[in-house]
Design a protein. Sequence first.
Length: 167
Amino acid sequence: MDIIVLTEENIDQYMDLRLEGLKNTPEAFGSSYEEEIMYSKQNMLKRLEQENVTVFGAYEEGRLLGVVSLLFENHSKMKHRARIFGFYVDDRFRNSGIGRALVKRAIDESRKAGFIEQIYLSVVTTHFIAKRLYKSLGFHPYAVEKRALKVDKKYFDEELMVLFLHD
């Protein structure tokens, strides 16, 4: 398996996997399938080309199996922070180490930057496998946002987590 930074070359597979994630686990994303199915390739490409965002993809035998995004905050008072979001692994390849490899790559890139001190993420409170993964990588919960998302008239709480890179 290779973890790479996604570029224009990967846009079609990225769009397909992103839409699959939005369709299969709508409660895991702030965006929706109905919104993003309308996005043009150019709109999605802008996501990959943002200066302060890196989207990593896990590839095996030429197939994109999972993605995660890493955002470096760009406001001067928040430059010591990064955020992980947009994490998804194809259902058929879960529990194979792909998700761990993707999140570790995002953490490693944050460390390499040299100025990131803490990484934040949020996860739906009922996504126990994802929460277990994050905790095993050193993330700690610090709050719960009640009714953070609403999907088809059902509310989902999100657990907010942080990883401090330096003591």
